[in-house]
Every structure is written in structure tokens, then in C-alpha cells.
Design a protein around this ligand. Structure first.
Ligand code: HEM
Ligand code: HEM
Length: 196
């Protein structure tokens, strides 16, 4: 088991030269980078569709919430695939020159992002189903046959919203940190996750 993890590591690590310091730093592999940026776009689209929900004409609500739900489910499935991938591909070590604060905050921030991307869609599914809605995948539908229950979907809808706002806030701080590394500190952190 341990040896298979170790064997996977070299594939996931690549070495880049940092022009600023002309030192070498390891970067995330192509798989991790692809997962990161595809999921970033999905969070943007799913989040925007969630926020826009009340702005659509009433007769199109069912259509738009279905699009939101199906893209949100795709995001969740991709998160599981990403997690599976992550377990088999050890991330690169932080460059030696990274300060203590960044070093201490990086792991809890990343874990928080993973946790929010995991739990927010689950609460969304509960809201969706207990609102009496049906998943429409175009070629087929999934109807859980649950009758709309305000006592359940109202609190879960609020919770889903709060979790989504927490995800936006943490992602905002994470993006600010990435930009700070890139434009203020000029270290190689951003390059580690930038498509090669
Ligand atoms: C990470 C993924 C997701 C994000 C970021 C997200 C985000 C949001 C946001 C921002 C809202 C509006 C909340 C408000 O106005 O207070 C919302 C509403 C909602 N979302 Fe999601 N969502 C996600 C996944 C899902 C999934 C997978 C489902 C269902 C399968 C879902 C179902 C719903 C429902 C039913 C509402 C309530 C809409 C309404 O009737 O007002 N969401 N979502
Ligand atoms: C929805 C928005 C985003 C989410 C949820 C997100 C999530 C994550 C997660 C979970 C990781 C940790 C990867 C791992 O070790 O498994 C990560 C790393 C990273 N992200 Fe994001 N990200 C988002 C947007 C962005 C954006 C817009 C940027 C750039 C401006 C960015 C730059 C980075 C960088 C540079 C790393 C690597 C950090 C390191 O070297 O330790 N992220 N991101």
C-alpha cells in the first residue's frame, strides 16, 4: 500500500524554476491542477446560479434550480474523484522560504474548502428533495416521491445558503492569499497551481 503511494509521487511532482529567486520549487501535477481549475469554474457557475435564483422569472424557477442542482451534484462527484486522486498523489512540499503564518494557515484553509465543497451540496440535495422537486437529467428523471415539507426545507435552505456564503468567504481569502504570494511576496506559490 505504502509503496504504491510512493510510486505515484514522482508522476505528480514536477520541478519548476522560479525566475524571481532562480531556485527550484516543486509544483502540483497536471491532474491536481486540472481538478483545481475545473472545480473553481464550477463553484463560480453553481454559486452564481444559486444567488440568481430569485431573479429569474417565476415560471423558469424549476428549470434554473434544476440546472443549479445538477451542476452542484457534478461538483460533488468531482470532489470525490479529486479526493480519491489526492489520496494517491502526495502534494508538493511548500517551498523552503514560505513564512510560518502561511505554513500554519494553508492546510486548515484547504481542509475548510474541501469540507465546505463536500457538505454544501448534501444540504442542497436535502433542500431540493424536501421541496418536492424532481431531478431532471434530460434523458431521465429521478423523483424521490417526497411531498414538499416546509418544516424541513426552510431550515435546510437557510443552512445551505450560509454554507455557500462561508465557502465564498473562505475562497475569497484563499484567492487573496494566492494573489498576495504572486504580486507582493513574489514567491513560487501561485506557479505551483498554475496550468503549465
Ligand atoms: C458547492 C455547491 C453549491 C453551491 C456553492 C450552492 C450555492 C447556493 C446559493 C448561494 C444559493 C442561494 C442561497 C440564498 O439565497 O440564501 C443556493 C440555493 C439553493 N441550492 Fe445550492 N449550491 C450548491 C449545490 C447545490 C446542490 C447540489 C443542490 C441540490 C441538488 C442545491 C440546491 C439548492 C436549492 C434547492 C436552493 C434554494 C433555492 C430556492 O428555492 O430559493 N444546491 N445554492
Ligand atoms: C472556488 C474557488 C477555489 C477553491 C474552492 C480552491 C480550492 C483549493 C484547494 C482545496 C487547494 C489545496 C489543494 C491540495 O493541496 O489538495 C488549493 C490550492 C491552491 N489554490 Fe485554490 N481554490 C480556489 C480558487 C483559486 C484561485 C482563483 C487561485 C488563484 C488566484 C487559487 C490558487 C491556489 C494555489 C496557488 C494553490 C496551491 C497552494 C499551495 O501551493 O499550497 N485558488 N485551492
Amino acid at each position: 500500500m505504502e509503496s504504491s503511494v510512493k510510486q505515484a509521487m514522482p508522476d505528480d511532482r514536477q520541478t519548476v524554476r522560479s525566475p524571481a529567486r532562480s531556485s527550484t520549487a516543486e509544483r502540483y501535477g497536471a491532474g491536481a491542477v486540472a481538478f483545481h481549475w475545473i472545480m473553481f469554474v464550477l463553484v463560480l457557475i453553481v454559486g452564481a446560479l444559486g444567488l440568481l435564483h430569485d431573479s429569474w422569472p417565476k415560471r423558469t424557477h424549476v428549470f434554473w434550480i434544476n440546472v443549479h442542482a445538477i451542476l452542484g451534484l457534478s461538483l460533488w462527484v468531482m470532489l470525490i474523484a479529486r479526493f480519491w486522486w489526492r489520496m494517491r498523489h502526495v502534494p508538493p512540499k511548500l517551498p523552503f522560504e514560505i513564512g510560518t503564518l502561511s505554513r500554519r494557515l494553508a492546510t486548515p484553509a484547504h481542509l475548510g474548502l474541501y469540507a465546505l465543497m463536500f457538505i454544501t451540496p448534501i444540504v442542497g440535495v436535502v433542500t431540493f428533495i424536501w421541496h418536492g422537486r424532481v431531478f431532471d437529467f434530460g434523458l431521465f428523471q429521478i423523483d424521490f416521491g417526497v411531498r414538499s415539507n416546509r418544516g424541513i426545507f426552510e431550515p435546510t435552505e437557510d443552512l445551505h445558503g450560509y454554507l455557500a456564503y462561508a465557502l465564498f468567504a473562505l475562497a475569497g481569502l484563499h484567492i487573496a492569499a494566492a494573489l498576495w504570494h504572486r504580486f507582493v511576496v513574489h514567491d513560487g506559490v501561485m506557479a505551483r497551481m498554475w496550468p503549465h
